[in-house]
Design a protein around this ligand. Structure first.
Ligand code: FAD
Length: 423
């Protein structure tokens, strides 16, 4: 027995969940959105962080004009980095206008109710029957910590995503593993907080993105390619602006595109802030790590195979995220084991629907199908549009052909939430 029914339930209220919800609302599809808007950006990004994406590439996808980042912050130009706090405020402003019905709860379980839909349990204890479920849980559950750090206890090692507030490291030596934006910015913010950060990276040289140049001459444009939500260049433009093309690639080629587009690099505006307060050890691979006398000892290997030791009070792995369906613990084992996979991600059709009808994945988990833009806010419009149109068509068809197929356990009378609740 479930407590209520709804056509669509969206898990997560980050840019992707909000975009799908805004598009569904436009199509009058009764929807519930479970999650606090922009919670991940608010709680899991370090204070003082700036976005790497340009303002025009930081829009939560909306079906109608008037909800872009620059509608929230008129005059905010390309080349002016967006503070994280402002982006959180923009996402919440978007939610108030386009998705005013988000619910500050958590989804704790999603079960398949046969051909009829899904039974979703919320942290409030409520169970909901939903014809369709959209999983838009972001990257937070997929933090990747290299195996070589496994020997360290939790108090000596963490992932960058665990730190909103870096002040607790003031006065401490902190090894930061990685060479991407997250590693470089974490190191700079640690230095700002009075810590002694030290970057440990495999790469022999740090890479930096160029200062954006929105206006190129005609020749420059032909040579360097157009600007896109993922950067400049012809191929980059395709993956950013035509994500459906990535789905058409052979599997191996698509994987290379996902892994190779936007390789680790720091933003142009961060370069000057990475000064001699940050120690650098480049060209070294992690070998092992252990705890000794309450400190972390990290062994690294250089290019000729010699071992080096680095001692720190704490190690922060800014080593990114790896999608793994088995880590989406809210999905029942039956769902997880039953889904067709593309490597460790769900295999999705043209509408982001998994091999289980009515179960959709948007955002990071869709990158194995639609390519690298799904890892960024910029892909949220494409995902929102496709998911919503498919659901609307699907549900409309069910309605025309008689009563919608409801989960057997649901008593329909008086229990279905009014669609108005979601508008
Ligand atoms: C340090 C860092 C910097 C980044 N900078 C940029 C950038 O500058 N530009 C850019 O485009 N991208 C950036 N990204 C990538 C960014 O994560 C994605 O672009 C963006 O968050 C995608 O939106 P989303 O909705 O898929 O995920 P999220 O924003 O993570 O939203 C998912 C939401 O779902 C919620 N949720 C999870 N599980 C549940 C549950 N069971 N019940 C209810 N709610 C749940 C989470 O709390 C979260 O709020 C950055 C990522 C990191 C880690």
């Amino acid at each position: 027995m479930t407590d209520s029914m709804i056509d669509v339930l969206i898990v997560g209220a980050g840019p992707y969940g909000l975009s799908v919800a805004a598009h569904l609302r436009e199509l009058d599809v009764p929807t519930r959105v479970i999650g606090t808007p922009m919670r991940f950006w608010d709680a899991n990004m370090p204070a003082g962080m700036f976005l790497k994406s340009e303002p025009f590439a930081s829009n939560v996808g909306s079906p109608a004009p008037g909800a872009a980042f620059t509608d929230y912050a008129p005059g905010w130009r390309s080349g002016r980095p967006i503070p994280n706090g402002m982006f959180v405020a923009y996402g919440r402003w978007f939610a108030e206008r386009r998705v005013p019905h988000t619910e500050a709860a958590e989804v704790v379980d999603v079960e398949h109710a046969g051909g009829a839909g899904y039974t979703v349990t919320l942290s409030t204890g409520e169970t909901v029957a939903a014809r369709a479920v959209v999983i838009a849980v972001g990257v937070g559950g997929f933090a990747h910590v290299p195996d070589e750090l496994a020997g360290l206890p939790a108090e000596l090692a963490s992932h960058s995503v665990a730190h909103r507030d870096l002040d607790r490291f003031a006065g401490q030596t902190v090894a930061v593993v990685g060479a991407g934006q997250s590693a470089l910015e974490t190191a700079v913010l640690l230095a700002d907080a009075g810590a002694r950060p030290h970057l440990l990276a495999r790469t022999g040289e740090l890479a930096w993105n160029a200062v954006p140049q929105p206006d190129l001459s005609r020749t420059g444009l032909l040579m360097r390619g157009p600007r896109s939500g993922l950067g400049r260049g012809w191929r980059t433009w395709v993956w950013a602006e035509r994500p459906w093309a990535a789905r058409l690639l052979p599997d191996g080629a698509r994987q290379r595109v996902v892994a190779g587009t936007l390789p680790p690099a720091g933003s142009w505006w961060l370069r000057d802030r990475l000064d001699d307060r940050v120690g650098l050890t480049l060209g070294r691979r992690l070998a092992a790590a252990s705890a000794q006398d309450g400190r972390a000892v990290v062994s690294t290997l250089d290019q000729v195979g010699s071992t080096h030791r680095f001692e720190a009070d704490h190690v922060i792995a800014a080593t990114g995220f790896v999608c793994d369906l088995d880590r989406i613990a809210i999905l029942s084992p039956e769902i997880r084991h039953g889904l067709r996979r593309r490597h460790a991600s769900p295999a999705l059709d043209t509408a982001f629907q998994s091999s289980l009808p009515g179960l959709y994945f948007a955002g990071f988990t869709a990158a194995a199908t639609f390519g690298p833009v799904m890892r960024f806010v910029h892909g949220s419009g494409f995902a929102g549009r496709r998911v919503a149109r498919h659901i609307a068509r699907h549900i409309a068809r069910n309605r025309r052909s008689g009563p919608p197929p409801l989960p057997a356990a649901v008593e329909r009378s008086g229990q279905e939430r009014s669609g108005a609740a979601s508008r």
